[in-house]
Design a protein. Structure first.
Length: 185
């Protein structure tokens, strides 16, 4: 039995293959989009590895699974495949909305912008949120050339909101201070 090697050497000249076989430059918008979703997935994993409640860990694990699903969709070249790829659906977006609604019930009213920070766990949420916004921008840009299922864009939009609310929840749970932005005018 031969071992699977992580390196293939096929990308040594600056190109990589999409799902379906099309080779594109490593700076292709599709690579940028799914690569940024992969970066987001790594930050969500870092967040999940923190000392947080089990329910949040379970939701974050589900989010990581959905992000892998999205990565495969963004990496597909549109050619017919022998085996279909998994897809996101409206229920995935609804889960994020439901989770935000539950968390918001116990949070103080938001009256100003919040400066990221206050506790490392809260900061990890905000880092993941900003990477999510970048992934969303790149996916929208990709959609101008290569059609993207709209649920993927909705999911990224809702996920960044979820990560913001999660940061607020963790601030409360951990007794961290939310620093409100007070603009100098």
């Amino acid at each position: 039995m031969s071992k699977w090697k992580i390196y293939t050497k096929t990308g040594d000249k600056g190109k990589t293959a999409l799902i379906g076989g099309t080779r594109v430059p490593k700076y292709d918008i599709r690579i940028e989009a799914y690569g940024t979703v992969d970066e987001l997935n790594a930050y969500v994993g870092l967040l999940r590895d923190q000392d947080i409640d089990d329910h949040s860990k379970a939701v974050l694990l589900e989010i990581q699974d959905r992000l892998f699903t999205m990565e495969s969709a963004l990496a597909a070249d549109g050619r017919p495949l022998k085996n279909p790829l998994p897809v996101l659906d409206a229920e995935d977006v609804a889960l994020l909305e439901k989770e935000m609604d539950v968390m918001n019930e116990s949070l103080p009213e938001l009256t100003a912008f919040i400066l990221p920070g206050g506790h490392p766990v809260v900061s990890y949420c905000h880092i993941a949120r900003t990477v999510c916004r970048r992934a969303e921008r790149l996916t929208i840009k990709m959609n101008e050339q290569y059609p993207v299922d709209p649920v993927n864009i909705r999911y990224l939009n809702r996920l960044s909101d979820y990560l913001f609310v999660l940061a607020r929840k963790f601030s409360k749970d951990l007794g961290a201070t939310e620093s409100l932005w007070k603009p100098r005018v």
